[in-house]
Design a protein around this ligand. Structure first.
Ligand SMILES: Cc1cc2nc3c(=O)[nH]c(=O)nc-3n(C[C@H](O)[C@H](O)[C@H](O)COP(=O)(O)O)c2cc1C
Length: 227
């Protein structure tokens, strides 16, 4: 096997075997390793090399304190107040994928779709980052919009794979951006930035049933036209 083929294969398996991790072990990640992973992900392309993202990482007691506030807010039944509004206009063909995902995911966890309490309990786990030792919050400068969020998406696409190449797993979480006032209080980031999304990172807990769930993908023929 040529070197190119070998490295292609390892990149393919990093991509193929990635999943959103929903159960972490408590083992921490060194500060220098967090920096290294972010630096690698920063190799991602961005509009005119703007790299407009601001990433704040919380660990240890700082992360725990933030999570306590998020859990309290979630338990209060407060509506999400994300700064980037959630999409509402999904066409039915796309909504179908989201429904299929939810049905398959809850079946994997042995949760009846009609069991609202069990579903809510699972959702609540978002707010402690599923036990991850590291939680990231991603901001963009206030006033910037779609193109900058696209840059951030490319950055996170890189980061998910970089994290795996270091032996960790991750999950992107819109849930962590539901109440920006709490995130601002604990990160010290002011209104000059817009909060976009959070991410939890750590070692996967192999005993977590959610970590054995493999989500499906549409075949290329559904999303691709080659003319
Ligand atoms: C921008 C973004 C936000 C997400 N927010 C959440 C979230 O708040 N909670 C959650 O459990 N999963 C969240 N996910 C994970 C998706 O549900 C997941 O990527 C999708 O179902 C495909 O599954 P996979 O990542 O395991 O392949 C998010 C993913 C993205 C890209």
């Amino acid at each position: 096997m040529t070197q190119t083929m070998a490295s292609t294969k390892s990149l393919e398996s990093l991509i193929e075997e990635r999943y959103s991790c929903r159960g972490f072990l408590p083992d921490g990640i060194d500060r220098t390793e967090i920096e290294k992973m972010i630096e690698l992900a920063e190799r991602a392309p961005s509009w005119k090399n703007a790299q407009s993202y601001k990433i704040v990482a919380l660990t240890g007691e700082k992360k725990e304190a933030l999570c306590r506030d998020l859990i309290e807010r979630a338990r209060s039944g407060a509506e999400p107040a994300a700064e980037i509004p959630y999409e509402t206009g999904y066409p039915s063909s796309i909504r179908r994928r989201m429904m299929d995902l939810a049905v398959a995911f809850f079946a994997q966890l042995g949760i009846d779709r009609k069991d609202k309490e069990a579903r809510e309990k699972q959702t609540l786990r978002n707010f402690n980052g599923f036990g991850a030792p590291v939680m990231l919050f991603a901001f963009i400068p206030a006033g910037l919009r779609e193109w900058t969020i696209l840059d951030l998406g490319v950055f996170f696409g890189h980061l998910t794979l970089v994290v795996r190449s270091h032996g960790y797993e991750s999950i992107l979480q819109a849930a962590l951006a539901a109440w920006p006032d709490i995130v601002r209080k604990h990160t010290g980031v002011g209104a000059e930035y817009t909060l976009v999304v959070g991410m939890s990172i750590g070692k996967a807990d192999p005993s977590e049933p959610a970590n054995h769930f493999k989500s499906q993908r549409a075949p290329a023929s559904e999303i691709l036209q080659i003319l």
